[in-house]
Design a protein around this ligand. Structure first.
Ligand SMILES: [Zn+2]
Length: 357
């Protein structure tokens, strides 16, 4: 256990909690807490494989010891198997939105993996309807704003991605889905395999937000190729961008936001400790980034936990946190009036805490 370099006092914790946060990198299927997982398995008469933990405690122990990205994904896909009805998808998303709101996260852009459900014969309509209803109800109940980003599973063929995108056009058309992403095992599946998929959405729906997981376990060329070939305007993870100064300059010039997931990077052994992440480097180079939870049910922390651990390692000032928060707002895909509302709240909270911490 690494000893934090900086103390996160109670006052600082309160500040980080109140600071308006935006989350851009969270997989709804990765918010499936063990207690909901077992509840849904029972509700849907699903028998989990004998290799899967049988209690919440066993889950938490196993989740604390993932060998790598693939080891985690194996558990993630088993977890997904308990999601069957529209109500299940709704319950899953609502549990996340409630937790995010408690953490002071006022705007979330959330990923979901339709292919992981379609291959289990769950209709796309069931998945989208449950998630969409939760987005709307969370807005009414918590006052938060939320957007859905559909992700393609990169271990499946490009043709499979094209099919799901064609079937999803009506959701892009009516604004139910706001973005396209690319996730799952990164390394043997470079971004160039999915050029057709991104072109299909970009040409028909030029206002849809494009992003991709890149530079987590893959090297900086995965980031470069996502930018050049998929035309993404945001990079999920992107920590290996530090390997190329040319790429770093490009990220700075284009103000491309990286969605960093500190606890996830430690849990999946990308780094041994959050202190090793190039967060201060990105800060110094003026590359915008946001701090996110990725798959919080599996990685032991939601958005606020990630903010706290970053503070404990890097000891940012209120002014620096203000910059991080504003960069997250500016890099979001909500409209300008919502962004202004959030920026005003940031000013309010930072002014309140400037003298206190
Ligand atoms: Zn992710």
């Amino acid at each position: 256990m690494t000893i934090p370099k900086y103390e996160c006092t109670d006052c600082m914790k309160n500040f980080l909690k109140e600071l308006p946060k935006c989350e851009h990198h969270v997989h709804l299927e990765g918010t499936l807490e063990p207690n909901l997982l077992f509840k849904l398995a029972e509700r849907n008469n699903i028998i989990l494989p004998s290799t899967f933990p049988t209690t919440v405690e066993e889950c938490n122990i196993r989740y604390n010891n993932f060998g790598d990205l693939q080891d985690f994904l194996d558990h993630y896909y088993i977890g997904m198997s308990v999601l069957i009805t529209e109500q299940d998808f709704y319950d899953l998303a609502m549990a996340y939105f409630q937790k995010a709101c408690e953490d002071g996260c006022l705007h979330s852009e959330v990923f979901f993996d339709p292919q992981g459900h379609l291959e289990r014969n769950i209709d796309l309509e069931t998945v989208v309807a449950g998630f969409d209803k939760a987005c709307k109800d969370a807005n009414k109940k918590f006052g938060t704003t939320n957007k859905l980003i559909m992700c393609l599973l990169r271990h499946l063929p490009n043709s499979d991605g094209l099919k799901v995108l064609r079937d999803s056009k009506k959701y892009y058309q009516n604004g139910t889905i706001h973005g396209l992403g690319l996730d799952s095992s990164e390394k043997p599946f470079p971004p160039q395999l999915f050029e057709d998929c991104y072109n299909l959405i970009r040409t028909e729906f030029p206002n849809v937000g494009l992003t991709a997981h890149a530079g987590e376990e893959g090297d900086y060329t995965y980031v470069e190729n996502s930018l050049n070939l998929l035309n993404v305007t945001r990079i999920d993870h992107g920590i290996n961008s530090k390997q190329s100064s040319e790429l770093m300059e490009k990220l700075y010039q284009n103000k491309t936001m990286l969605t960093i997931c500190p606890l996830s990077n430690v849990k999946l052994q990308c780094v041994k400790d959050v202190a090793e992440l190039p967060i201060p480097l990105f800060f110094d180079k003026g590359i915008p980034f946001s701090i996110n939870s990725d798959d919080p049910a599996y990685f032991g922390g939601y958005i606020l936990d990630n903010y706290i651990v970053v503070h404990e390692r890097f000891g940012f000032s209120v002014e620096q946190w203000k910059t991080i928060s504003l960069n997250g707002i500016n890099g979001s895909w909500c409209d300008e009036s919502r962004k202004q509302e959030l920026r005003d709240k940031v000013d309010e909270v930072c002014n309140k805490y400037l003298e206190l911490v």
